[in-house]
Structure formats: structure tokens, C-alpha cells
Design a protein around this ligand. Sequence first.
Ligand code: SF4
Length: 332
Amino acid sequence: MSEKDLVLDLQNLNVKFVTEESTVYAINGLNMQLERGKAIGLVGETGAGKTTTALSLLKLVQTPPGVVECDKMMLNGKDMLTLSEKELEAARGKDVSMIFQDPMTALNPVFTVGEQIAESVFLHENCTKEEANQRAIEMLELVGIPGERAGEFPHQFSGGMKQRVVIAIALACHPQLLIADEPTTALDVTIQAQVLDMMKNLREQYQTSLIMITHDLGIVAEICDEVAVMYAGTIVEKGTLEDVFNHTKHPYTEGLFNSLPNINDRKAKLTPIKGLMPDPSNLPEGCAFHPRCPYATEACKKPQTLRQISDTHYVVCDRYNDPDFRIEREER
Ligand code: SF4
């Protein structure tokens, strides 16, 4: 795939937070590529490093205590590692935009929602204030809120409507890449479905690429083309929806699926993954999943390599070098 087909090319991202007490290794050698127009779901437990990955892409990790190192970070054809602060400000909102988890805190309570959408348009587009205000009204209508409510303040909106406003701000300048960090977690289930539907439609309308950060595999199945499963600051399995959902390879991904309720067998007990995510300031040697993995051997305590299963499917688990292990897992 050529550079121009990729909206994101990230290679060997490492993020650590250094304090006097300890060093927290949040992201460890993460690689990710995303084709233009595609949506990828970044899934994993709390503490896997999903949000830190997103903040690194926007260059919003606070340094110090954060230390961000990366071999390559090309976003919409721009080398994010070499941009000045002014160029980064121009890129945020236009090349890449982010929807934060909690709509209650993402909006400024002292400005009207219209002003908050128009501000982003005015900053990034070469337009007058009147044109920016007009775009704000159009964006509100696009996310299902009557344009005449542009003059109202965030406290006058429900949680679901606030999240629609946040999405309107994120999409107002038609970014090439949208990062949505658990955009529906704070919403109730019926509103979640509406917001997801709306995001799907807007993404198709604007051909926006999407990184959907979530721990909910149902949301990924609903809205994404690809899945990347994160554990302890790195991607352990990546593939298309079909690869990861129907031909699961990594034992951690298998554990995530086993811990979901089965709609066809309501009496079946859930099988949670034993143990907890490791302490990022004291990660286990080799495969960080080995203390919890039912298939672990002594060899798992050595550094693991990325293995290509098919054109689109990758797994980081050296046990796949053993043909017996592969056959046993394929026959399950
Ligand atoms: Fe489990 Fe070993 Fe594979 Fe890690 S490398 S996932 S411990 S089998």
C-alpha cells in the first residue's frame, strides 16, 4: 500500500511516564497503519494504553512526565514528529479530530454550543465569523439538533444531545481522521445506538477514517472494518472483523470473547480472564500476557515477534511457530 493510501502510518511508538517513584511503560513498540476511509476498532481492557495512543497521535501527551518516542508518525501525509506547535494546532481539528469520552466535561459551560462549533470552523477554515456561525447551524442540524438551538448553553441539553454537539465540533472541519474515545460510554443504551448510527452515516458521508477506542466488541462489530486488540501498551492481534471475530488467534482476544454473554445460551456462565492487567511500571518479561495465559510455556517469557497469519491477519504470539499448537487451535 502506498503512503498516499494511508491516513495513518505509525511505527514503533513508545510512551513512558517518568516520576521520582517509578517509570510507567504505557505504550511499548506499537505499530498501526490505517487505510483512508477505513474504520479500525482499538479494543482492550482499561489500562491497555488505548487513550494514550490517541493522545500521542494528537501530540497531547504532557511532557514531562511523559516521554514519547516514535520512529514514524505520518498522519494525513504530515510528519507529526516534525511539525511546529502552530502547525500542530492547524492539524488538530482539520487533519485529525477527537471525540472525548465524557460529553459532560468536553463542552465549555460558559459558551453557547453554536459558538463552540463555530470557533473550530473559524480557526481552521479561511472564512468570516458569519460563515462559521452558519456552518455551526448546519452541523447541529446534521447531528439531529434544530439549528435554532445554537444559541443555547450545554446545560440546556441532555447527555445524548451534548455528545451530538461534541461530534458536530469534531466533524465541523471535515477531518481526514476521527478518533472517538469511548464516545457512547456515558450514554444510556438507546441513545448509544442512535449516536453510533449517526456516526456511521456521517463517516460514510464525509469519507472520514475512524479510530474507535472501546472495550465493547459489539460497537466494533457495528461500525468498524478492522480490529486491533491492545494489551499492556501494544497491539497483540490485528485483522479484519472476519479475521479477529471468526478466526481469533491470540489467547487474550479469545479471553475477551469468552467473557461476553452468549445470546443463544442464556444459562452459560461467563468465563472471565483470570488475574488483572499487569502493573505498567513492572511489566512481565517477554509476552506481558503470560501470567494470565492458559497456553503459556517457559518460551513465552522471551520477547515475542509479530507473526503474519494471512494477508490481513497478524498476531504476536510465538506459540504459533509450533505447528502442533496451530493445528490444535485451528481445530477448536
Ligand atoms: Fe500466551 Fe505465550 Fe502466546 Fe503470550 S506468547 S499469548 S503467554 S501462548
